[in-house]
Ligand binder design. Structure first.
Ligand code: ZN
Ligand code: MN
Ligand code: MN
Length: 292
């Protein structure tokens, strides 16, 4: 049985390249990172040495692909003009960092309209993405919209909203999507058994398309279906439960999609080890694999 493409979000403390060693130490074959401090707008430009170290470590530890996640400050549809402009600059800068590091995916939350309304928010997100893509012509890195729990005024809790954004941008081929299991569940998409899992995946496929799927964030949830509250839990220990993750791990359409944990953990990464072991076991658990 081939090894599943699984991993976890890894710290870059002490240097970007150290994320690979950390990931490998718990058995990751893929990882997610921030390419800079995630609580700050801007970072010092990457040096040639940092880029070289990053690329050589990636080869040594055989971790592929790497996904990046944008800083949490970024809101591509902020009503506040100052925050909007900072967000647009910072997002474009993060695309540049990914491109330099050879990272294929930059995952981001679509944005929170903070009262302006969803259609206004979507319009602004499209504008922000067009500006960023115009300044990064011919880049390989994809802008990856993450599904959200729909907390507060955040956009992206319906597959239709992601579709609208993709259809609205000038270069839809630059766009991909990330499904976060805890977010879609909190947003009201059930995946707890085969019947509802198939229904949700069919809906996703019809509206967004499996071809647009770049990454899956594998997180169980502390909160109930449709709660619109975003709280991650260890795999199998939350309100979603193991069966959903078995279905994902055994879904033939998702074999090549990196599945990345964003579950709570301490400095020794013991929880990552535990959650990855659960995913690995579920991938090999005998039950008829499902196809479509
Ligand atoms: Zn996210
Ligand atoms: Mn996520
Ligand atoms: Mn979350």
């Amino acid at each position: 049985m081939s090894q599943p493409l699984i991993g976890a979000h890894m710290s870059i403390a002490g240097g970007l390249h150290l994320a690979f060693e950390r990931g490998a130490s718990v058995g990751c074959s893929t990882i997610q990172i921030f390419t800079k401090n995630n609580n700050q707008w801007y970072a010092k430009p990457l040096t040639d040495e940092e880029i070289r170290l990053f690329k050589s470590s990636q080869k040594i530890f055989k971790i592929k692909p790497v996904a990046a996640h944008t800083a949490y400050l970024i809101n591509l549809c902020a009503s506040n003009q100052d925050i909007l402009e900072k967000s647009r600059l910072a997002f474009t800068e993060e695309l540049r960092r990914c491109e330099m590091l050879g990272i294929p995916y930059l995952i981001f939350h679509p944005g929170a309209h903070t009262g302006a309304g969803e259609s206004e928010g979507i319009k602004k997100i499209i504008e922000s993405l067009n500006l960023a893509h115009d300044q990064t012509k011919n880049f390989k890195v994809k802008s990856v919209l993450e599904t959200t729990a729909g907390q507060g005024s955040s956009i992206g809790y319906r597959f239709e909203q992601l579709r609208k954004i993709i259809d609205g941008v000038d270069n839809p081929e630059r766009m991909k999507v990330c499904i976060d299991t805890s977010h879609i569940f909190a947003a009201g998409y059930d995946i707890r058994n085969e019947i509802v899992y198939r229904k949700t995946m069919t809906e996703f496929n019809n509206i967004v398309g499996i071809k647009k799927l770049a990454v899956i964030h594998c997180n169980d949830s502390k909160k109930e279906l449709g709660s619109r509250v975003d709280r991650h839990e260890h795999i199998g220990k939350g309100t979603i439960g193991k069966e959903a993750f078995r279905l994902i791990m055994q879904d033939k359409r998702l074999v090549k999609i990196p599945k990345i944990l964003e579950t709570p953990k301490g400095a020794d990464l013991a929880e990552d080890k535990m959650n990855l072991a659960v995913l690995r076991k579920l991938a090999n658990k005998s039950k008829l694999p499902i196809s479509d």
